[in-house]
Write a protein that binds this ligand. Sequence first.
Ligand code: ASP
Ligand code: MG
Length: 405
Amino acid sequence: MSIIVMKFGGTSVADINCIKNVAKKIRNELRNNHKIVVVVSAMAGTTNQLIDWVKEAAANVNKREYDVVVSSGEQITSGLLTLALSDLNIYSRSWLGWQVPLLTDRIHSKASIVKIDTKAIKNFFKTGDVAVVAGFQGVNSNGDISTLGRGGSDTSAVAFAAALKAKRCDIYTDVEGIYTSDPRIVSKANKLVKVSFEEMMEMSSQGAKVLETRSVALAMKYGVRIQVLSSFKDTLGTFVVDEEEIMEKKVVSGIAHSLNVAKITIVGIPDKPGQAAKLFSGLAQSSINVDMIVQSSSPDSNSTDLTFTVPETELKFAIDAINKTKFDVGFKEILSDIDVGKIAVVGVGMNARPGVAQKMFESLAEKSINLQVISTSEIKISILIEASYVELALRTLHSAFDLDK
Ligand code: ASP
Ligand code: MG
């Protein structure tokens, strides 16, 4: 018996018509003689609405209760889809996280998956065909409902695929796959046939919004083949697979960007060992993701400045966390700027071929685009620039690296 996981995002289940369309897609896949685990998100906009209500209900939000409310969107869609499937005479039933159970740690609102018990679902598959699972939610060792963080149903889907050794994890969404760049900005962007786990990791962590970063990390760890495809069109999507499967290793496969980024500079840090550790431990405790770190020393080399980026939505918390270390670290001041955007050029072939950085910087210089921060990894070069130049920079780099269609 082979199992396929099909995950449907919020826009794919936005209303009853969409849900019926999803039920038909599942019926088509059943014709290939698979058992199917379907993972659903909440209907588009529902989770945002639930979060707004939570915030209106109380000034201090208790995270246990936040999870009780915010997980409910997926409960609705799992039931509705099962109803639509039974209307097509398909033998299915719904499962909430605690019913599976999908066990998480005890961090409410950003829980990590500890274990999925597959016994009950496998047992159901002796007679049943489709298990519809509510994404994004689980249960912790206290018996409390937990959620996995925004976009977490991608992670639910990959985790089920790994636990059940599924043949494939198909992520259905409102775009046709992964593109060389955001097609809304770069009209010449192309759909990729295949992309490696490593490249996809970099692209999603640098701002490509199609897949949640954690889900890609999980897929890479367990070798889960992902396909990203459209709910509304019958076309093949993009496969996210092991690097070995990709014959032609391109120097640049894609260019990601994000405007949800803010730059922080901590000025005048007395130059002695242990300072960065103190500063960043405060940020880590507040679960703030830090990226693009650069340090520069002052001419007299008694003090240093430290610049890094954080998600713009977490800027306030980051500044609070750093301020708490002020006495201990003894820096002069904190500067911040939200008028910035990040662009990352990603490709597994990059580490074998020199000159990528030079080409990137030259093409941006020709358009008089100023680079504020640069950071690199083996398969990525990212830059921070003024927000208003992001679109121009994306189009310029897309052409410079021969990605235009
Ligand atoms: N409904 C949740 C969210 O909007 C989880 C998901 O859709 O992945 O973040
Ligand atoms: Mg999503």
